[in-house]
Design a binder for this molecule. Structure first.
Ligand code: PMP
Length: 359
C-alpha cells in the first residue's frame, strides 16, 4: 500500500504547500538561482583543502559548538566595530532565518514582509508556525517610509523582514525606510542582506544601524559574493543578546568542523574570493542597459541579478529561453522574469537567447 503526503497527519498549515523548488536543470547556461558563476580560484581551493584536511583526524570529536573562531573572523570581515559576540553562523542564511523565527516567531506570532521579496521568508515563517502577513509595495515595487510604517502599525508584527538588496527586484531599500521600520517596530527587524556586496556605490548597509536599534538583525551569506553556495555558510550580526537568544534553539554542533574550517580559510582569502564581485557588477549593469535599450521594464539592481518585464507571456519567454539552453527564473510575477548576472559569455548567451525568444 502506498500513500501520498496528503494522507499523512501533516500540520494543518502545511497542507497544500509546495516546497521551495528552483529547477536544477543540466543546461549550458544556468542563470536562475543567483549563484556566483565563477569557480572558486585555485589558491582558495588549496587553502580550503588544507584547512579541511587539518580537521579530519579530529572528526571523532564534536566541533566547537559556539564556532567562536569563525565568528571572530566574520566580525572582522564585517567591520563596524563588531566582535564575535555580535555574530552567529549557521548552514546558510536560510538556517539563520529559521533560527531567528524559532526564537522570535512561532505559534500565536506574526511575521510581516513586503512582497515581492525573498520567497523563503513566508515559507520559513509557516514552517516555524509563524503567521505570515503579506505586506504591500507600490506598483513599481518601491516602499515608502509612510507605507512601511503604516503596515507595521496595522499588523504589529513580532518579526519584520526587510530584504535589501531585495530579491527578486534587485533594488536596495532606502536607509530611511529601514530606520523608520526599526523605530516603529516593537518586535524584531531582520534585514536580509544576502546580496550586500553587490550594491551600487553609496548604498550603506543596515550594519550602520545596529548600535542604535538593538532589536535589528542583519543576515548575510557566503553563498553569493564569496561564491560558496555549496559550502552552506550564512551568518548574522546583531546585539549580543540576540546571539544569546538564538542559542536557545540552535541544535548542538549544528555547524560541522569541516564547514567552520573551510569558511575560515575562505575568509582569510576574502580579497581573492571577492575579486569577482566587480566583474559581476559590470555584467549586471550591462544587462540592465541592454534590456532598457530593448524597451523592457527593468528594476534598478544592487544585486547579482536583474528583474525585467513588460512581457504579455513571460512563461512563454522563459520556456523558449530554456529551449535555447539558457535557464532563467520565473519568479511568479506575471510579466516579469529574473536573470542572474554571471560571466561576459553568459551575458552574451542570455541576450542572444532573449532576442530569439522575444520575436
Ligand atoms: N536571502 C536571500 C534574499 C536569498 O536570495 C537567498 C538565496 N537565494 C538566501 C537568503 C539564502 O541563501 P543561503 O541559505 O545560501 O545563505
Amino acid at each position: 500500500m502506498t500513500i501520498d503526503l496528503n494522507d499523512l497527519p501533516l500540520r494543518d498549515e502545511l497542507r497544500g504547500m509546495r516546497p521551495y523548488g528552483a529547477p536544477q536543470l543540466d543546461v549550458p547556461v544556468r542563470l536562475n538561482t543567483n549563484e556566483n558563476s565563477y569557480a572558486v580560484p585555485d589558491v582558495v581551493v588549496d587553502a580550503m583543502a588544507k584547512a579541511v584536511q587539518d580537521e579530519l583526524r579530529d572528526l571523532n570529536r564534536y566541533p566547537d559548538r559556539d564556532a567562536v573562531a569563525l565568528r571572530t573572523d566574520l566580525a572582522s570581515y564585517l567591520g563596524h566595530g563588531l566582535s564575535a559576540a555580535n555574530t552567529w553562523a549557521a548552514n546558510g542564511s536560510n538556517e539563520i532565518l529559521q533560527q531567528l523565527l524559532q526564537v522570535f516567531g512561532g505559534p500565536g506570532r506574526t511575521a510581516l514582509g513586503f512582497t515581492p521579496a525573498y520567497s523563503m521568508h513566508p515559507l520559513i515563517s509557516v514552517g516555524t508556525g509563524t503567521r505570515w502577513v503579506d505586506g504591500k509595495r507600490a506598483g513599481d515595487f518601491s516602499l515608502s517610509v509612510e507605507h512601511a510604517v503604516a503596515q507595521v502599525r496595522e499588523h504589529r508584527p513580532d518579526v519584520v523582514f526587510l530584504c535589501s538588496p531585495n530579491n527578486p527586484t534587485g533594488t536596495a531599500m532606502p536607509m530611511d525606510v529601514i530606520e523608520a521600520v526599526a523605530a516603529e517596530s516593537t518586535g524584531m527587524v531582520i534585514v536580509d542582506e544576502a546580496y550586500a556586496e553587490f550594491a551600487r556605490p553609496g548604498t550603506p548597509s543596515a550594519l550602520t544601524l545596529l548600535s542604535a536599534y538593538p532589536r535589528l538583525v542583519v543576515s548575510r551569506t557566503m553563498s553569493k559574493a564569496f561564491a560558496l553556495a555549496g559550502a552552506r555558510l550564512g551568518y548574522l550580526a546583531a546585539d549580543p543578546a540576540v546571539v544569546d537568544a538564538v542559542q536557545l534553539v540552535r541544535l548542538p554542533y549544528h555547524l560541522s568542523a569541516l564547514t567552520q574550517a573551510a569558511a575560515r580559510a575562505a575568509l582569510a582569502c576574502a580579497d581573492t574570493l571577492l575579486g569577482t564581485v566587480e566583474a559581476i557588477k559590470e555584467q549586471r549593469d550591462r544587462i540592465v542597459a541592454e534590456l532598457r535599450t530593448r524597451g523592457l521594464a527593468v528594476a534598478d539592481s544592487d544585486a547579482n541579478f536583474v528583474l525585467f518585464g513588460g512581457f504579455a507571456d513571460s512563461a512563454g519567454v522563459w520556456r523558449r529561453m530554456l529551449d535555447h539552453g539558457v535557464l532563467i527564473r520565473d519568479v511568479g510575477l506575471p510579466g516579469w522574469l529574473r536573470v542572474t548576472a554571471g560571466t561576459p559569455e553568459e551575458t552574451d548567451a542570455f541576450l542572444a537567447a532573449l532576442d530569439r525568444s522575444m520575436s
